[in-house]
Design a protein around this ligand. Structure first.
Ligand SMILES: [Zn+2]
Length: 484
């Protein structure tokens, strides 16, 4: 050991990680951090940096931004030593360890742990200890996963319930029928087989104030999912395999066949699902009377032809009251009016300047990083489900919340980048020209930068005589709320 090594205080990097695994379970990042700081102090060093990863199992081998940053700063010589709570916070896989040893050995950076003391990766014996610890950690994870998997498979083969969220029509034990809900399951299946749509059944149940298993309103998808639950028909599913259930079925296998036929018939009848076309103003138009977001419908004209119109709908797809249902306006003149107003507004210098200011790249990068780790999280949820560590119900709940967060981040990024895109109106080109040349996406982005909402108010006496271009239409009944 060189004599100068402890002469000046060593720069320590602290690494903490939260994971769901059992080793060191429940120890929060703050607690790990405090313990490590105490250790650094005890060793006479100073903390120069702290890195952390949250809720990502080291064993799964996923990207860990905190760990990567730690390695990078070691490589750049910014760190003299590393402090972690336990080695397995840092390294669980032997392949990680090889890489870590390689870097630390080369740069003579030791690692100290609160739990297992100092392991000196510069010596063969230190490395052997570290490798053994990593091998044992991996073994422990593998065997506990195997044990859980084996237990689940055994339960499935015996036809026992998998636990988890309560299925509609059944009690929490998964073995006995829920007296109130079981007849509803029968009704749903019978009615669908008889030709009633999922949607109609959902509206009906909501009208009768019958809630879902979670106490919510029904949607067509909920209803279909309940009907398709294999457990009703005495089938226990596990990882794509089917087993004879240990509970008494609510519906016969014949019913299951009927249901499959009815589903096929429905698909043949209605074809593939079509998605609503997105119009320029889709999502921006609201009812001036009640504030409800207006939908585009095909409205019949006096001459019998159909043309798109904004409409305030009374009921949503679940049959829940959402609007007054009193305001309706042809789409084309509204769109044309809004475009005219945008052109007029954009022809002012201060607005052009506003559009030229770009979001700072740092904000955007942080968002992109968030987005990245969130999509890793989503992938991880899928992995946990595919290995049977999550039930389908748990998977769906976890996936929905992760997906929502991911979508929110995605649209935030879109918004910020759209601002940047709009900054690129070619010099010397008028907004009018840029608009004419631009594609639909660009126009939607521009709209999003400029417009908060468009309100449409009810017609008033005399509006029948008002003209706007080729339409019978009174522009005074439309209000544009600007963002900028
Ligand atoms: Zn309304």
């Amino acid at each position: 050991m060189r004599g100068t090594e402890y002469m000046q205080s060593k720069r320590f990097a602290i690494y903490t990680r939260i994971s769901r695994d059992r080793v060191g379970a429940g120890l929060g990042v703050e607690r790990q951090q405090e313990d490590c700081e105490a250790l650094v102090q005890q060793l006479g060093g100073t903390v120069s940096a702290a890195y952390s990863d949250n809720d990502i199992s080291a064993y799964s081998g996923k990207h860990r931004p905190g760990y990567e940053a730690l390695l990078a700063s070691i490589k750049q010589g910014q760190v003299d030593a590393v402090a972690v709570w336990h080695q397995d916070r840092l390294l669980r896989r032997t392949i990680d360890l090889e890489n870590y040893i390689d870097v630390c050995q080369r740069l003579n950076v030791p690692t100290h742990t609160v739990k297992a003391g100092h392991f000196d990766l510069a010596t063969p014996s230190g490395r052997a200890v570290a490798k053994t610890l990593a091998a044992w950690a991996a073994y422990e994870v593998e065997t506990s996963t195997d044990r859980v998997k084996a237990a689940k498979l055994q339960a499935a083969k015996a036809g026992k319930s998998s636990g988890g969220n309560r299925a509609y029509g059944w009690n929490q034990d998964g073995m006995t029928l829920n007296e109130a809900e079981a007849p509803i399951v029968r009704e749903i299946v019978d009615r669908f087989v008889a030709g009633t749509s999922w949607n109609k059944i959902a509206l009906d149940l909501n009208a009768r104030s019958i809630p879902t298993a979670k106490g919510k309103m029904w949607t067509a998808i909920n209803v279909a999912n309940v009907a398709k639950l294999k457990r009703h028909y005495g089938i226990r599913e596990h990882n794509g395999q089917e087993y004879e259930a240990a509970w008494a079925p609510l519906l016969s296998r014949d019913k299951w066949e009927d249901l499959q036929l009815a589903i096929k018939r429905g698909q043949a009848l209605h074809g593939k699902r079509t998605y609503a076309r997105v119009h320029l103003l889709t999502g921006y138009v609201f009812c001036g009377l009640c504030g409800n977001r207006m939908k585009i419908i095909n409205a019949q004209q006096r001459d019998g032809s159909y043309s798109p119109a904004f409409s305030c709908r009374k009921l949503d797809h679940r049959g829940q009251k959402v609007g007054c249902g009193k305001v309706k306006r042809k789409k084309d003149p509204v769109e044309s009016l809004v475009i005219d107003c945008i052109m007029y507004r954009l022809d002012t210098p201060d607005l052009t300047a506003m559009l030229a200011t770009r979001e700072s790249d740092d904000d955007l990068k942080a968002l992109v990083r968030d987005h990245e780790s969130q999509s890793l999280r989503l992938q991880e949820i899928l992995d946990l489900y595919s290995t049977g560590e999550l039930t389908f119900a748990e998977y769906r709940t976890a996936k929905t919340s992760a997906q929502d967060r991911l979508d929110a981040l995605g649209s935030e990024i879109d918004r910020k980048t759209s601002r940047n895109t709009i900054g690129l109106i070619p010099a010397g080109q008028s907004v009018q020209k840029a608009w004419e040349k631009a594609d639909f996406e660009w126009r939607r982005q521009l709209l999003d930068v400029l417009i908060d909402k468009v309100l449409i108010y009810p017609k008033q006496p005399g509006d029948g005589r008002a003209r706007f271009k080729q339409w019978i239409f009174n522009p005074d009944r439309v209000e544009i709320r600007w963002k900028a």
